[in-house]
Design a protein around this ligand. Structure first.
Ligand code: FRU
Length: 509
């Protein structure tokens, strides 16, 4: 693959396909020392189309190597009869599926088969035009090539009979092994009903519906890409379950676009029971406009949960001005569950490679903007500051020399919110809500605010506090806009600490 990765807007440390369209992360799994990242991909164009599973691998979650398409739309390019929609992958260590050989246990992927045309399948099952069913495929070479289970697929043809009107909207299975019950569990969605269906299986082939969950909390749009995982609470012995659900529209950003929510609770192998205080209002995984279809890696220890999302909004995901690829993933984010204000809350920490950080301290920064010597388009900036005279304090990134173009990230002491303002961040005409400001609630910790700001050519990701308030936001500035300022509004800000670095390209070439 010829790569230069210096095209306008090309992220340097966020994953992008070399070219063409990408949407959801799929089949994230750590296996035999390698992180596998599959993704919804149209290998034939820069818009959503012949949905296939693209593939990339990494040994450290930081540097990625592109691999050949793993599951290519059947009949590609001219006569497509099956598209491979979103799903997940598991390592079937005990060969419960029987797809393995004596000396090789299989990886098994479960995904949604989207059938654009009515047909009778090789398994003898018949499907409607645009029907969605759940299928499986296996790999005997550690995820590099896959064989679809054509003699039986789909393994779940339809949702239960009472939802038979939903057969065109039934998708996104997320599979995992449930140790206590010694069963596979798969969570999938009936998007229009805002309902999750939970199935279990002993062999990944035969599935039984055991419970349903939803609708709860954010229901302003369809539910897609559900998943379920465990995390230790406050780093201790107690484990809690988290359900992560994407919805479109009805997200946090002005309720007009897409977003991702989560619910914390218990799961007994069959039924998910939410904590009472987790179903009183939407819990957003990220408060920015650009965080969708998030999925965590399987194959890692329980305390090691890493989430990756498609960094865009369904309002304009098909219209962002990049070429010859479209869309990026967020940085991988290590998840924790911490009790904050009496409630189990997700916190997130970005995973980045090494960089040369330098630290600066200011006894006081006066009201107004202070230009820094530090500049760049791919940056990691960590700011820590106490409440003082100012009403707002933060950083301006991707600024043009006259400041007419800029993106602000800051903290509002009156509202107790961290915010990203991309009103004048650059190109925005492809969507009439793009040029806006977005915020997340954040309390001070020991009298201080900590903001970590990742800037990468065409995005800003903010982690506030211990990572309990995050905002992912795309921006499309002019090439020359690379100045950085600190700003203090309404008075001066004292005792400001900054740790910052330029981040290098992650691409293995
Ligand atoms: C979410 C989604 C999924 C579906 C996939 C198709 O973005 O709509 O529900 O499986 O994209 O590409």
């Amino acid at each position: 693959l010829a790569q230069n990765y210096t095209e306008r807007y090309r992220p340097q440390f966020h994953f992008t396909p070399a070219k063409n369209w990408m949407n959801d992360p799929n089949g994230l799994i750590y296996h035999e020392g390698t992180y596998h990242l599959f993704y919804q991909h149209n290998p034939g164009g820069i818009s959503w189309g012949a949905m296939s599973w693209g593939h990339a691998t990494s040994s450290d979650l930081v540097h990625w190597e592109h691999q050949p398409v793993a599951l290519l739309a059947r009949g590609y390019p001219d006569n497509i009869t099956e598209m491979f929609f979103s799903g997940t992958a598991v390592f079937d260590a005990q060969n419960t599926s029987g797809f393995g050989t004596d000396d090789k246990a299989p990886l098994v992927a479960m995904y949604t088969s989207h059938y654009p045309v009515a047909q009778t399948l090789p398994s003898g099952k018949t499907v409607d035009a645009n029907q969605q069913s759940q299928s499986i495929a296996y790999s005997l070479d550690d995820g590099m090539t896959w064989t679809t289970y054509d003699s039986v697929n789909p393994v779940i043809l339809n949702p239960p009979a009472e939802y038979s009107d939903q057969i065109h909207d039934f998708r996104d299975p997320a599979v995992f092994w449930h140790e206590e019950t010694q069963r596979w569990v798969s969570v999938m969605s009936l998007p229009g009903l805002r309902k999750l269906l939970i199935y279990t299986s002993s062999n990944l082939r035969d599935w039984e519906l055991v419970s349903e969950f939803g609708p709860v909390n954010a229901v302003g749009g369809v539910w897609e890409c559900p998943s379920m995982f465990r995390l230790p609470l406050d780093g201790g012995e107690e484990l809690k379950w988290v359900v992560q659900i994407s919805l479109n529209p009805g997200g946090p950003a002005g309720n007009t676009g897409s977003g991702t929510q989560y619910v914390v609770g218990q799961f007994d192998g069959k039924t998910f029971t939410p904590d009472a205080n987790s179903v009183t209002q939407a819990n957003w995984v990220d408060w920015g406009p650009d965080f969708y279809a998030a999925l965590t890696f399987g194959g890692l220890p329980v305390e090691d949960r890493v989430d990756i999302a498609w960094m865009t909004n369904l309002r304009y995901g098909g219209a962002t001005p990049t070429d010859p690829w479209r869309s990026a993933f967020t940085v991988p984010r290590r998840l924790s569950l911490r009790t904050i204000n009496g409630k189990a809350t997700l916190t997130q920490e970005p995973i980045l490679g090494d960089a040369d950080y330098s630290s600066t301290h200011w006894d006081t920064l006066p009201a107004g903007s202070t230009k820094l010597d530090f500049t760049g388009k791919a940056l990691d900036i960590v700011l820590s500051f106490p409440e003082s005279e100012s009403t707002q304090f933060g950083v301006i990134v991707r600024a043009s020399s006259d400041l007419s173009e800029q993106t602000q990230v800051g903290y509002d002491f009156e509202k107790k919110e961290v915010f990203v303002n991309r009103t004048v961040s650059g190109v925005s005409g492809f969507d009439d809500t793009f040029a806006g400001a977005f915020s997340a609630p954040l309390e001070l910790t020991e009298g201080k605010v900590t903001l970590r700001v990742l800037v990468d050519w065409s995005s800003v990701e903010v982690f506030g506090g211990a990572g309990e308030a995050t905002l992912a936001s795309l921006i499309f500035p002019s090439d020359g806009s690379s100045d950085v300022y600190l700003f203090s509004a309404g008075g001066s800000t004292n005792d400001v600490e900054m740790r910052a670095a330029n981040i290098k390209s992650i691409w293995v070439t």
